[in-house]
Structure formats: structure tokens, C-alpha cells
Design a protein. Structure first.
Lengths: 276, 276
DNA sequence: GCACGAATAGAATATTTATTCCATTAATGT
DNA sequence: ACATTAATGGAATAAATATTCTATTCGTGC
């Protein structure tokens, strides 16, 4: 059997995994991928659980372990159990450790952003206007084309929305301002605009929303306060408040809202099509 | 049998342990003491190992588990394994239920994304490699120019990083692929590349990273598994695993890591300048 | 010192979990 | 298209591990 010396550390393990996963047959590669993504579970799971997670038979997982250079699963698991102790502390403890390392050290900052993100998410869950969200989904599901606009801080959200729509084969355009071409005339009857902007609100976004509104198109706004300048465009307003860390925000809540919106639209469209 | 409700969290467990260990007979107290000191080993050890560690017979350890309110050792171990694994297995079944009941209402989906985001953030806090993060910050703080690249799902992260750098007056270029211009020759000596990519890894990102590496530039990778294709570029690897909701991810953890990285670099630069 | 109940050790058993084996299927080269 | 080899799935087997049971020991009150 391939008794290359078995990896004895996580680094060696990962290295070897990367090295050979290229040349593995299908099922074995499934194992490799699942393991790469769930390395932490190896220490506490059974072959049955892991192989199920990877979508293969236990025997396939077994062969994977051997290809990695171990005698079998137990042998591989032993390695992970030995290095387990360090990763053990739970979230609360770990966060404290991160914070304790000094004020503007990277880890302290990360801790802040993680905590801010969690708070923002909790806040989102309790404050979001479900009725508006539902309406927005219906409107978007019926739209022949969706236009997404958002600049500066809102741009990542806009681009992720566009990515999600594309992945679900939904017609959507990202108005990204490249070359200042401003293709506003691409907005046709019935199209819907998703405008994303936060204080200080960027003029281009407001302008596009206003333009669409004037033409009689529906506008959905994602913003940080229900009373922003989007008010005038009569938009369906989805407001999200993010917790700041200094001058920056982590966008966790906004992106979560956006992706939930997109996936809901996809689900709704499926339903409409199958219903016909 | 003593069927007090079994502890379901670490806090409850510790509480109960403190409560009853006073009144235990000798051997059982040995168990209690050993467990208090080695709580982290419970998830990855056998009764035989633990009882040997405590200096008692397996059957004694068994009785200890029952006194703690569990049905047996396996039952107790399950609790520890679950809290360690971040309840991710739990989460997978929950998603299946969601799909089974056909509940893809916007509010249910949003709730899922919020929950997934929270889990991802917690996971980030407990798994991030602080040493690598610190090194990455130092490398970036010293770079004359930072190149950021990331496509498709990684693009929102890349663009947010660029936004943050710009806001802090740090020289950075976003390689966004507009017009397929591919300005790889803008990478000069000493410049650093931040490459962001997730499975399925996009070739353009890998290529740019490889190009930079070949030229002798340092590469920092943000990816979803420590073994991806970036391994070959000798990159400083920051790996983040996000919890999926169906085929989508909320990016909460990745964006949080990215922004923490950017702000840390900004802080470090300030310090360097003022130090002069 | 004796009787009684609680506590314990150790072996016996039940259960779970890993591992191997082989028939079947897919891939590869001729 | 055929032969040959590699890969796979699933059931059978082996090993490890948890759990229970019982005889024995230990401690306590009388």
C-alpha cells in the first residue's frame, strides 16, 4: 500500500492533501474536498458521519485515509485528536483572548468586527420589516429585468446581489459606473431597480433611483435609515442598521439581507414557473 | 435512575459539577476532579482513557456520568462533541427540514442567513490563525502598493477591501478584470497581492497570484480551505469557512476578516509614520 | 466485633464503529 | 468494440468501546 510516511501535523496534512487531491478519482476527491472544508470535525466524528457528509460510502472514505498515508481512519483521527487541545476553547473565551492582545492589534480589531457583525445580525433579525421584504420579493419575482446600483461602501452588496441573480439565471444588470457610461436608458417598462446606499448617500445612486421612479419603474431601496433621501422615490424601503467599529462597518447584516432577498426571489420564480 | 435533566451546555455542566462534587464518594470525586481539569479531553477520549487518567475503573467513571445527569458516557460525550463542532451537523439537518417543509418564505430564508452568519462569525473567532494574520498585516503595512484580486463570489470582498484601503489613503489597486485588460504588469518590486478565491477557484485569481509569486512578490490569500490551489504560490493563507445556506453563503465572516485586515494595516501604517 | 448498606473492581456482555472483501460498474488503452 | 485495469458500493467481518452485572471490599452505626 502507499505507505509514504503519514503526516504528523496539520501543516503536513494540508500540504499532502493539496498535493494529491488533484490526481484523485471522483469519490476520493469528494472526500478530500469535504475534509479540507471540515478539518475540525475529524477529531470528533465517525467514518460514517464524515463519509455521509462527503456523500460517499464509508469504504471510499477509508481508501482516502490510506491514500493520505495513514493506516486507516483511526490512525488519521489519532493525529487530529492529539492536536485537538489547542483549538478547544469556546467562542466566549476565545473572543476574550483575541481582545486581550492589545488595543489596535489585528486580533483585537478582528474581535471587534466579529462582535459588531453578530450584533448587527441580531438586530437585523428583530427589526427587519417582513411585510416590506415580502412585497419586495413579489415585485422582483415579477420583474422582466432587475437593475442593481450601489457605489462605494454599497458596491460590494450590489455586486454580490448581481452575482446571486446571475447564478440563478435571473436577468439582472449591475450599474457599476464603469467608464461613466451610465446606461440608465437600459431601464425599460416594468423593470425594477434595487438601489443600495448609506450615509453619506451617493448622488449617482439617488439620481438613478429618482430617474427610474419618474419613468414609472418600481424602486427597492436598501439603506441604513428609513428616512434617507430614497424616501422621495417612493421606494420599498428595507433598512438595516450596522454596528460600526470606528469609521468602518462589516456589512454582515446588509449582505445577509441582500442574499436572502435574492434567494427568495429565485425560489419565488421557480414556484411561479412550476405553478403554470 | 437519577434523571435530573442532563446539562446541555458547558455552563450547565460546570455548574452541576461544582454543585455535586462535594457530596461524592471517593472514586467519583476523583472523576470529578479529573474532569474539571481536563474538560477538553472528554470529546476525544474513551472511557478507558479517562478513567485511567482519573485513576479509577471504567465502571466508576460510568457512574459518574450518570450522576451528572447523563444516560451514560456516550451521552455526555455527545454534548461535548456538539458544542465543539459548533453545532454544524445540527445545522445541516435544520436546513433539510426547511427544504422538506418547503418553507422558503423570505422570512425563513432571512432567518437562516442570519443564523449562518452568526455561526460563521463564531467559527472565525475560534479558528483564525493569529500569527498569519499578524504577519499579513506587517507585510501589507510595508508594501509600496497593494493589489487586490477576487472574482465572482470573492469580488464583493475584494471591492470592499479596496474601498477600505482607499478611505485610509493606502495605495491599492483592484484588479477587477474590466475590459480584460489584466494589468498584471502594474505589479512592481515589493508590491503585495491579496488574492481572494473560494471553491470552485477561479483561474484568473490563481494565475495572478502565481504570476506575482514567480516575480518574487509576496502573496496573501483569503480562501475557504488551507489546502486550496493557492498553496503553490507560497501565500500567507488566511482561511475562513462560511456556513452555507443551500448553494449560497452570506460572506459575513470573510468580509469581517477582510475589513479587520485592512483597518489593522491602516493602524500599523499610522504607527510606523508617527514613530519616525 | 458484627450486621448492614454503600461503593467498588473486574469480568462478561452488548453496542457501536472501523475495516476488509468481493461483486459490480465505470474508465482506459488497444 | 474488446480486453484490462481502476474505482466503487454494499454487505460481511473484525475490532474497539461502552455498558451492565455481580462478587467483594469498605465504611458506618450499633
Amino acid at each position: 500500500m502507499s505507505d509514504q510516511t503519514a503526516p504528523v501535523s496539520l501543516e503536513e496534512f494540508n500540504h499532502r492533501l493539496a498535493e494529491i487531491s488533484e490526481t484523485m478519482p471522483k469519490r476520493l476527491r469528494q472526500c478530500a474536498e469535504f475534509v479540507a472544508q471540515n478539518t475540525d470535525r475529524i477529531a470528533v466524528s465517525t467514518v460514517a458521519e464524515l463519509s455521509a457528509g462527503a456523500g460517499v460510502q464509508p469504504s471510499a472514505f477509508m481508501r482516502f485515509c490510506q491514500l493520505m498515508g495513514f493506516a486507516g481512519f483511526s490512525d488519521m483521527q489519532r493525529m487530529f485528536r492529539e492536536t485537538y487541545a489547542q483549538k478547544w476553547p469556546d467562542y466566549a473565551t476565545r473572543l476574550e483572548n483575541l481582545r486581550a492582545t492589545g488595543d489596535d492589534s489585528p486580533s483585537a480589531l478582528l474581535a471587534e468586527f466579529v462582535e459588531a457583525g453578530r450584533l448587527s445580525l441580531e438586530n437585523l433579525a428583530t427589526t427587519v420589516d417582513l411585510e416590506t421584504l415580502e412585497t419586495a420579493v413579489n415585485v422582483l419575482a415579477a420583474a422582466p429585468m432587475i437593475h442593481v446600483v450601489g457605489f462605494r461602501r454599497a458596491f460590494p452588496v450590489a455586486s454580490y446581489l448581481s452575482y446571486a441573480f446571475e447564478k440563478m439565471d435571473i436577468a439582472a444588470v449591475l450599474h457599476d459606473g464603469v467608464g461613466n457610461l451610465n446606461p440608465r436608458h437600459a431601464i425599460r417598462n416594468g423593470d425594477v431597480v434595487i438601489a443600495i446606499t448609506f450615509a453619506p448617500y451617493s448622488q449617482e445612486t439617488i439620481d438613478l433611483a429618482a430617474y427610474a421612479h419618474a419613468k414609472g419603474n418600481k424602486v427597492i431601496a436598501i439603506s441604513d435609515a428609513p428616512s434617507g433621501p430614497m424616501r422621495k422615490t417612493d421606494a420599498l424601503m428595507l433598512s438595516v442598521s450596522e454596528v460600526d467599529v470606528g469609521a468602518f462597518r462589516a456589512l454582515s447584516a446588509t449582505i445577509s439581507l441582500a442574499i436572502a432577498l435574492a434567494v427568495s426571489v429565485g425560489a419565488k420564480r421557480d414556484k411561479l414557473e412550476n405553478g403554470k
